[in-house]
Design a protein around this ligand. Sequence first.
Ligand SMILES: Cc1ncc(C[n+]2csc(CCOP(=O)(O)OP(=O)(O)O)c2C)c(N)n1
Ligand SMILES: [Mg+2]
Length: 546
Amino acid sequence: MKASDLFVKALEAEGVQYIFGVPGEENLDLLESLRTSSIQVILTRHEQAAGFMAATYGRLTGRAGVCLATLGPGATNLVTAAAYAQLGAMPLLMVTGQKPIKSSKQGRFQIVDVVHMMQPLTKFTHQIASGDNIPSRVREAFRLIEEERPGAAHLEFPEDVAVEETSADIIPKSLTRRAIAEEKAVRRAIEMIAAARHPLLLIGAAANRKSTSNVLGHFIEATGIPFFSTQMGKGVVDERHPLFLGNAALSADDFLHRAIDSADLIINAGHDVVEKPPFFMHPDGFKVIHVGFSSAAVDPVYFPQLEVVGDIANSMWQIMEGLTRQSTWDFSRFMQIKAHVEDHLQLRIDADDFPMSPSRLVGDVRKFMPSDGIIALDNGIYKIWFARNYKAHQPNTVLLDNALASMGAGLPSAIAARLVYPDRRVMAICGDGGFMMNSQELETAVRLKLNLMILILRDDAYGMIKWKQAAMGFNNFALDFGNPDFVHYAESYGAHGHRVTAADELIPLMEACHASPGVHVIDCPVDYADNDRILNHEIKERSKLI
Ligand SMILES: Cc1ncc(C[n+]2csc(CCOP(=O)(O)OP(=O)(O)O)c2C)c(N)n1
Ligand SMILES: [Mg+2]
């Protein structure tokens, strides 16, 4: 068999549905093999976007998303997506082409050492030097990518290897189950929780990766222990729950941190230090039980006293089975703080200011989105507002990146979510800065005939950095820009363009977009005065008083 055909067979055997990418001449044998396969090639307009799409496919399905690029410049364009997947624990396989490795007459044209370039950004990076090695290298890549903690892998597939003949056979996937926590660690966790006065449950990103939602829901019902979430742990348990205390969108000085400060024990289900810290540990502060698929990375602000290592759902189930509600537990302070959180979240939710205030905007999107609707956020200041104010009802319905926190992922990740869930409402929410970093993918969405909404929050600036600049007491400098007319810009791609001109228009406009097929771009002017006023001042001042 031709090696490129075997490569595609190996991908099919792993269950690959899509390959996102921009082929180069070095990928043409592989492309020809893909042409007659069951795998759909999704051509994109930038490799970075292909990588974001594939990583998001992996994030949503737990199975590796695959992307394709040529050597040199195509491969270097994948670097940000590799980091996005690796930090965010999203299963991603990157396949790049290469000039012939056995004999080449082209000198060093376009040659970069891609295998080594990918080293710090992947769990596995390898050049396939013989057709016979394809089954084992592909299987190894998928094994590493998909097992906890998931991440990125890279395979370089040179032109001359792709045309080789090989008689190697596919290596099938073995049946495997995740290891479960050891009984003594579970017993110690039960003792620590029972002995605590004010235990609190934290739900982090890893709990959003595997089906831990049911078990955590049962744990909360059975014990009555209040909980909070990290940005990437949103929605594992419905955030409308009466015991939900809030999201750790900010690292300190929010209402939620008053609760964290008054806890004496935090049970951490699935948070790891790659996310912006939801809290800072102090040597004489609360204790932490780390419940994770793997042990805790050592960090100056995170040094748990106990680790329960193994499948998170199983660990939490075992802990729940051995734990009874204690009359000594006292959650009154937490519930007092929750009342303040809820009051504050309602503030300005109906503000009719225009340009729109972030609180109103988040509130309107929440009203418009059904419980299973997915919002895919890019990176900007609004991410904090959405993480903090938008209550996620279901797992993985708020796709945000609090690991690499790269701009440019909003639109590509929404496209991937749309492909995975064709029957759900999916919306990209982007700043005017982040949107323009991958706006060319509007063409991909139009070509794929997707029904998709993109909400652009326009402040004509890199608002997040302006906010920090102001908080640091610096003058406003070098962060304002101009924008294309987004309505015309969308139309030039064959999408529909809309502009909000009053706060009351947003919900009816989103409904109208939803009712009409195609790609809809909504240009929504925002007033970011509340960023400084509320996030930097009001929250700190009010939360101090509780
Ligand atoms: C690729 C990348 N470049 C730079 C940054 C640093 N950064 C974080 S947010 C931000 C501004 C985002 O601006 P915009 O998308 O318009 O959103 P806004 O904050 O204005 O709502 C910048 C430059 C980043 N996170 N990612
Ligand atoms: Mg902006």
